[in-house]
Design a protein around this ligand. Structure first.
Ligand code: CP
Length: 324
């Protein structure tokens, strides 16, 4: 251990080589595992009566949401405040973007308020990278278009590690992701993260929603058959249809989609014993996921939301303390 260091600072230091968290490029398996270990410490903080530590006192976090969010924005703000950071929130709706102000001028305006780190969600792929070029602050990608949502993948992996009974590592584990893979940044980031950790990922959906290029990555297979995808899976993640990103009709009918691709209790029988049901949210019940399955004992959908806080506490701490 570094003299004068704490175990928390020690694990954070292992993952602080990058200034930003935009995606998993440049991340090693050990970097991810160190971040998950830091999350364990943060999860203990969130179990205390007083859920607040002074770790980020004096830092200001800006949450910049150019696209809607419930879980990601609230959990980042909770994560910042639980570590005594100040938070400034920007949401596109109600802002001066509607008066013609550009992204760059919007960023300059917010930059004048002196944030140390921005959490950025934008409908355009690459927007957080562009913002990182315009500011001296650190940038965390909270979802850019269909490209990446790294903090969601981290909380998914953390939840699996914490909740899969008898967890003995990611190697040999199989994650099945079923639904609208085409428009999903969650699917892309989970493919990058779980394969980095040594797991296999099987992606499943109708031909129009399952890009063939995703099957070229090592450890990834594609199938159009749900029963094949769920066979032996240790975790099954359902994805909603992202109608807001569809520019043309990609499904013959919703009824046929539900019948062929809905993750149901019956279909889960093909999965590995103790397999977990996951969903990044928001859920469209009884479309991509049987409503009763969302509330089943082996569903960890609420745990995913809850774990978003300690995971994001670990990310903020690691980047900000590591940057000093
Ligand atoms: N999973 C997720 O990103 O949810 P929100 O869109 O509500 O943030």
């Amino acid at each position: 251990m570094i003299p004068g260091s704490t175990p928390l600072a020690e694990t954070a230091a292992k993952t602080s080589r990058r200034r930003h968290l935009l995606d998993f490029e440049g991340w090693s398996r050990d970097d991810v595992l160190a971040l998950l270990d830091t999350t364990d410490v943060m999860a203990q903080v969130m179990q205390r009566t007083i859920k607040k530590v002074p770790a980020l006192q004096g830092f200001t976090i800006g949450t910049l949401f150019f696209e809607d969010s419930t879980r990601t924005r609230l959990s980042f703000e909770r994560a910042a405040r639980a570590q005594s950071a100040d938070v400034i929130s920007f949401a596109a709706g109600g802002s001066s973007l509607s008066k013609g102000e550009s992204l760059k001028d919007t960023l300059r305006t917010i930059d004048a308020l002196q944030a140390d780190l921005y959490v950025v969600r934008h409908q355009a792929a690459g927007a957080p990278h562009q913002i990182a070029r315009w500011t001296d602050a650190l940038v965390v990608n909270a979802g850019d278009g269909r490209r990446a949502h790294p903090t969601q993948a981290l909380l998914d992996a953390y939840t699996f590690r914490a909740r899969f009974e008898g967890f003995d590592g990611f190697a040999g584990k199989r994650l099945a992701i079923v639904g609208d893979v085409m428009h999903s940044r969650v699917a892309r980031s989970n493919v990058a993260l779980w394969t980095l950790l040594g797991a296999e990922v099987v992606l499943c959906g109708p031909r129009t929603l399952l890009p063939a290029e995703l099957g070229q990555a090592r450890g990834v297979t594609l199938t159009h058959r749900v029963d094949e995808a769920l066979e032996g899976a240790h975790a099954v993640m359902a994805l909603r249809l992202q109608h807001e990103r569809m520019t043309r009709g990609l499904l013959p009918s919703l009824a046929e989609y539900r019948q062929r691709y809905q993750v149901t209790r019956k279909r889960m029988r093909a999965a590995h014993a103790g397999a977990l049901v996951m969903h990044p949210g928001p859920i469209n019940r009884d479309i991509e996921l049987e409503g009763a399955l969302a509330d089943a004992p082996y569903s960890v959908i609420e745990a995913q939301v809850a774990n978003g806080v300690p995971v994001r506490m670990a990310i903020l701490y690691t980047l900000l303390v590591g940057s000093r």
